[in-house]
Design a protein around this ligand. Structure first.
Ligand SMILES: C[S@@+](CC[C@H](N)C(=O)[O-])C[C@H]1O[C@@H](n2cnc3c(N)ncnc32)[C@H](O)[C@@H]1O
Length: 467
């Protein structure tokens, strides 16, 4: 059972003048039996032990069947977050943690689930999302969802570490759950070893610097490209000359492909570029912009592109639109594998668009890349009219504005990729109301032992386009 003891290494908190009004239930202890695991990976229990009123309790690090005494720690949504203070009878068999930081680190929350139960739970999240999209028959939703595609441990190729410097030292890591404390993750069971090794070297490097230098650093993003690690440091100020020199030496020492520095919303500026960070999609090399988006694991990217290719193999598609295309994980395979197809690729990040345009030109690929904010200016009926298939893969917020137009004017086929079951359900519901049939969902787990889930969906229009 997870023991989330308080981490003393916190930022000093601020005190306001007036004492905040305290919720009388905070600090109360109750006995509960865990009934289920919720969407964020905590155990769920309901108790009427407090004044006969039903209270929902979210407990970290427990499994269904666990009988525990918990202390309510904070208000959380429609219930209370709680921590285990004692184990009563009948604790279920918890799996051993895969990582020494599991008790503290908020990156993973489900290592204590036995592997088969974990996979069942994760796939079930996709079934629940399908039901929230309006397929109310549980059997129908169950049949629609394919087997879970998983990524192995030590395969995550992207990490965003928080950095803080306190009286106790320098911290480079992930936040503790439900807190601002940073856990120094000197080992990690999900990240590729090269990223963990870099983190450890980077922490040692920061420990060698004056404190006032380290305090300007906010975070560090590490992307593992095909040509090596691409690192971007986020900071509040520009680095001075000494720091630049030190960073260039660190890049040599750790064999980084590139090390860039980014102040606030300003563009990232390379401090050391030893190789161009690149990835290949369908054999085409594409430069990765500093801090740019990559699918979290190679295996996850392959599972998604295979799912797209399988769905496409049944359709005589000549023209495809790839929305929220990033640097083209799907665009190049769509255009260049199997039958060559014309692809219109749309993306809001100008650095990704430039990287794509350059790669498209070099490869003479049948791809047109368009820079556009699809939240403010979704593609309209005219832009959609020649497409046989639309693929979309939005950020966590989903593709609401675009789906409203697709619902009325979208082509026969839509392939949707989503990293958020909640917005996935909303967008699928919209498309189904517009006359699309949700045919298949493939759940892809790139975020091992976390509640995050990627989903691929195939939709087919069964009602004609709006007049
Ligand atoms: C989940 S990523 C998918 C990228 C790509 N499909 C891939 O697999 O690598 C979402 C992409 O949407 C882009 N994006 C975010 N907001 C956007 C907007 N308002 N308009 C257009 N693109 C946006 C991001 O820059 C990012 O590249």
């Amino acid at each position: 059972m997870k023991n989330r003891s308080r981490n003393p290494r916190s930022r000093p908190g601020r005190r306001s003048g007036a004492a905040p009004r305290r919720d009388p239930l905070i600090g109360v202890e109750v006995d509960v039996k865990i009934a289920d695991i919720g969407a964020r990976g905590d155990g769920l229990a309901e108790t009427t032990a407090i004044g006969g009123k039903s209270v929902l309790v979210y407990v970290d690090g427990v499994l269904p069947g666990d009988d525990v005494r918990v202390k309510l720690r904070q208000k959380r949504g429609d219930g209370y977050g709680a921590e285990v203070v004692a184990i009563n009878a009948g604790v279920t068999a918890h799996a051993a943690a895969k990582c020494p930081h599991y008790d503290q680190c908020g990156g993973c929350s489900l290592q204590h689930l036995p592997d088969a139960d974990y996979r069942t739970w994760k796939r079930h999240r996709a079934v629940q999302a399908v039901m929230r999209a309006g397929i109310s028959d549980a059997g129908e939703a169950e049949n629609m969802v394919a087997a879970l595609e998983t990524s192995p441990p030590s395969s995550r190729r992207r990490a965003d570490f928080s950095v803080i410097c306190t009286q106790e030292g320098v911290f480079v890591g992930f936040t503790e759950r439900f807190s601002h404390h940073i856990v120094n993750v000197s080992e990690c069971a999900v990240l590729i070893p090269a990223i963990v090794e870099f983190r450890n070297q980077f922490q040692s490097f920061l420990e060698s610097l004056p404190r006032e230098t380290v305090t300007i650093i906010r975070n560090v993003v590490a992307n593992y490209s095909d040509t090596g690690l691409d690192v971007m440091i986020g900071a509040s100020h520009e680095p001075n000359l000494d720091l630049r020199q030190g960073l260039a030496e660190l890049a040599d020492h750790v064999d980084l492909a590139r090390l860039a520095w980014k102040v606030g919303d300003h563009p990232a500026e390379p401090v050391a570029q030893r190789r161009t960070p690149q990835v290949r999609f369908a054999g085409v090399p594409v430069s990765v912009p500093s801090g740019g988006f990559l699918q979290a694991t190679r295996e996850g990217e392959t599972a998604l592109t295979n799912a797209i290719a399988n769905a496409l193999s049944r359709i005589p598609a000549r023209q495809v639109i790839d929305l929220f295309c990033g640097i083209g994980s799907f665009t190049f395979p769509l255009a260049l594998t199997g039958d060559r197809r014309r692809v219109m690729a749309v993306e809001g990040d100008i650095n990704a668009v430039r990287a794509m345009q350059y790669a498209v030109g070099k490869a003479s690929a049948p791809i047109e890349v368009i820079h556009r904010d699809l939240f403010r200016q979704p593609l309209d009926a005219d832009a959609l009219k020649d497409a046989d298939v639309v693929v979309f893969d939005p950020p966590r917020a989903g593709a609401l504005a675009q789906c409203e137009i697709l619902a009325d004017f979208g082509p026969e086929w839509i392939f949707a990729v989503s990293c958020n079951p909640a917005t996935f359900a909303r967008d699928m519901r919209l498309l189904r109301n517009g006359g699309y049939e949700l045919q298949q969902v493939v759940p892809v787990d790139q975020f091992l032992w976390s509640p995050h889930l990627e989903m691929f969906a195939v939709l087919r229009r069964t009602l004609p386009v709006a007049a």
